[in-house]
Design a protein around this ligand. Structure first.
Ligand code: WTA
Length: 659
């Protein structure tokens, strides 16, 4: 672990502030005391299989009940193996059948201010029609479908329609480039692409369709494209009429009845590509029953969900938080979900708070990076809005610094709303460590304790638990229903990445410590994964993008602490032959990375150097580079550094203009 992370531990150790839920909150909470929490926790850990089986029948509707709960052949799990169900039925039909058809499913607000309110009955109808459209285009059970869409209700329709016919979807966040989209589509061998002409972001149009056009030149498995006209700015001039279909035209001719496929519990629900410690993104595979159970159950308990809540998670559906807590978790509970298309500061930084006031949002879930931006933009944008509807706040995606946590509690929660800091990953499918808001005392900066049935621990290299308040590896010791099943097309990598670092345990890639109260304090990634504004990026992926430029000989990318983004991207680059470092080349390299990966991977700093610091065995000394990027003096052991003079030169380059 790096020195910077050690420093984080010391600072959080001094965090003594502790907050109990208010009496009012507690009185109405689903889990309203530590005793009740403890009772459930013990029940789950005494017999996890019996516990999960009970919850699976409570939270899900089965077309065929299961008799087997868990088949665990490490590292492969099958949950509820002989059961059958359909995720779209669980999110829609069962609510409509229970007479809830008129309940609002989605409250949508476009960035320009256009709005839509969609009931469960309407959503079901749209999903059935779209599922029929998918079938018309030849999509069958098991075929993969790419979704490259903005934050519009149709994205939810597309996901649930795929689920209805058993075609695994693979969403790609709109901030990824054409090249990133093509490589994901090729890895998934997808047959269909669903996109929009564009979407609104900070007043301008993001040209999604252009990216798709470019991607399709290198994505040969895609046979058809469905395009939603969101902005109407694309006049179909560039459309290939053979394979491109207009969303609305396709929908018009479909029946609104589409019997759901009866799918095995382990039928793949979706692939979601995420960054790991190597250059190639990995397709995380989630299956139907276990994933849906995890989302539905954690949504209900962590957010203390009640039927009259208006719930808003600000994550983009292209990330796992959007999958689990914009779509599957809330809809499985028949919740009313707010979806907003645009930027938090458009037309001004009060937009989020206006939305909360307008829709009377009761539960609000966002990322620490957004909270830090709001702090920077100023309290006046918060103070002019009425936030009295809020009763619970959540955060996700990165460690939250105590200052941001306190601001969130005081300014947004008005000292009234509990905060649930939720730790989890694309791989875990759903929330793993988080407070139960009516029971758990919270402290700024800790996600507190594991969810029921989750056996989390902090261990050393050999898998031995470390003493309280000592840093170690965060691991999960028992399989859980919503765990990833494999990396699509690369089971060996799945085994190596998650199950071989510490035998018998799931390796999260995060460092953590546990305090004397049993709270987990997440210290961030211990591998080469960056967390930039809550977005997960691999240093290797950015390095490969850089070295693919003809002027670059070698590149090393590290994270640099950033007050708003958590981490920013610092690149150290050596150049080929006689190439001279120039400001133009810097700009070109930045553009090059954006083209390869997407705007979300835009380097914040590029430094040219004659050589990179390496150990005698040739490994780049990233710890040193991190210290240099952060402007810290390194006091680590430097005896293995190949060329000491390199350090001096790198430090001096800091004084030069940086991008
Ligand atoms: C980090 C996002 C601290 C962590 C749901 C993890 C967090 C990675 C928290 C997964 C939190 C997520 N506190 N760190 N509450 N939540 N992380 O796959 O490093 O995009 O491994 O999933 O985000 O990112 P991913």
């Amino acid at each position: 672990m790096t020195d910077s992370r050690a420093k984080t531990i010391t600072s959080v150790l001094q965090e003594e502030r502790s907050f109990l839920p208010s009496k009012e909150f507690q009185a109405r909470a689903r889990i309203s005391s530590l005793a009740q929490y403890e009772e459930l926790r013990q029940e789950a850990s005494r017999d996890p299989e019996a516990f999960w089986a009970k919850k699976a029948r409570e939270y899900l509707q089965w077309q065929k009940d299961f008799t087997q709960v868990l088949d665990w052949q490490e590292p492969h799990a099958k949950w509820f193996g002989d059961g059958q169900l359909n995720a779209s039925v669980n999110c829609l039909d069962r609510h409509v059948e229970a007479g809830r058809g008129q309940k609002t499913a989605i409250l949508w607000e476009g960035e320009p201010g256009d709005t839509r309110r969609i009931t469960y009955a309407e959503l079901l109808q749209d999903v059935c029609r779209f599922a029929n459209a998918l079938k018309e285009l030849g999509i069958r059970k098991g075929d993969r479908v790419m979704i490259y869409m903005p934050m519009v209700p149709e994205t939810v329709v597309a996901m649930l329609a795929c689920a209805r016919i058993g075609a695994p979807h693979s969403l790609v966040f709109g901030g990824f480039s054409a090249e990133a989209l093509a490589s994901r589509s090729n890895d998934a061998k997808a047959k269909l692409m669903i996109t929009a002409d564009g979407n609104y972001r900070r007043g301008s149009v993001v040209p999604l369709k252009n990216n798709v056009d470019e991607a399709l030149r290198h994505a040969p498995t895609i046979e058809n494209v469905i395009v939603l006209q969101r902005t109407g700015k694309d006049q179909q001039g560039t459309w290939n009429k053979e394979r491109e279909h207009d969303w609305h035209e396709l929908m018009q001719k479909q029946s609104d009845i589409c019997p759901p496929e009866e799918l095995d519990s382990e039928h793949p629900l979706f692939l979601l590509y995420t960054s790991g410690s190597t250059g190639q993104p990995k397709g995380i595979l989630h299956t139907t029953a276990g994933y849906l159970l995890g989302c539905a159950y954690t949504f209900a308990e962590t957010f203390d969900y009640r039927d009259d809540d208006v719930y808003w998670c600000t994550a983009d559906v292209g990330w796992v938080t959007g999958h689990s807590y914009v779509v599957y978790g809330p809809l499985a509970n028949a919740a009313t979900v707010v979806i907003y298309e645009g930027a938090p500061n458009y037309p001004d930084p009060s937009r989020f708070w206006q939305i909360i006031e307008k829709y009377k949002v009761t539960i609000f879930y966002t990322a620490p990076t957004a909270i830090r931006s709001f702090i920077k933009w100023g309290d006046e944008f918060v103070e002019k809005q009425d936030l009295s509807s809020l009763r619970l706040l959540g955060t996700v995606g990165e460690p939250i610094n105590p200052e941001a946590w306190m601001w969130y509690r005081q300014k947004i929660g008005q000292d009234r709303c509990p905060i649930v800091d939720t730790w989890w990953q694309t791989e875990t499918g759903c929330i793993m460590i988080a407070p139960f808001p009516g029971a758990t005392p919270t402290r700024p900066g800790t996600a507190t304790r594991p969810f029921f049935g989750i056996e989390a621990d902090v261990v050393d290299h050999d898998g031995n638990p470390v003493p309280d308040n000592t840093g170690g590896f965060l691991v999960i010791k028992k399989p859980w229903p919503s765990m990833l099943r494999t990396i699509y097309g690369d089971d060996e990598r799945y085994r190596k990445q998650y199950w071989s670092h510490i035998p018998g345990m799931y390796f999260t890639g995060d460092g953590a410590r546990r305090d004397e109260h049993g709270n987990f304090w997440i210290m961030g990634r211990i591998d080469d994964v960056l967390n930039v504004s809550g977005h997960r990026l691999s240093t290797m992926e950015i390095e490969s993008a850089l070295v693919s430029h003809s002027s670059v000989a070698e590149a090393a990318v590290v994270g640099r602490p950033d007050a708003i983004k958590g981490e920013s991207i610092a690149c150290f680059v050596t150049l080929e032959g006689k190439t001279q470092p120039t400001p133009e080349l810097k700009t070109e390299l930045i553009q090059h990375v954006v083209r390869h990966i997407g705007a979300l991977a835009r380097p914040d700093d590029i430094r040219f150097t004659e050589s990179l610091p390496k150990t005698r065995s040739g490994k780049i000394m990233r710890r040193l580079l991190r210290d240099i990027a952060a402007g810290r003096q390194s006091n680590g052991d430097m005896t293995t550094l190949e060329d000491f003079s390199v350090l001096e030169r790198l430090r001096h380059s800091e004084e030069q203009e940086s991008v």
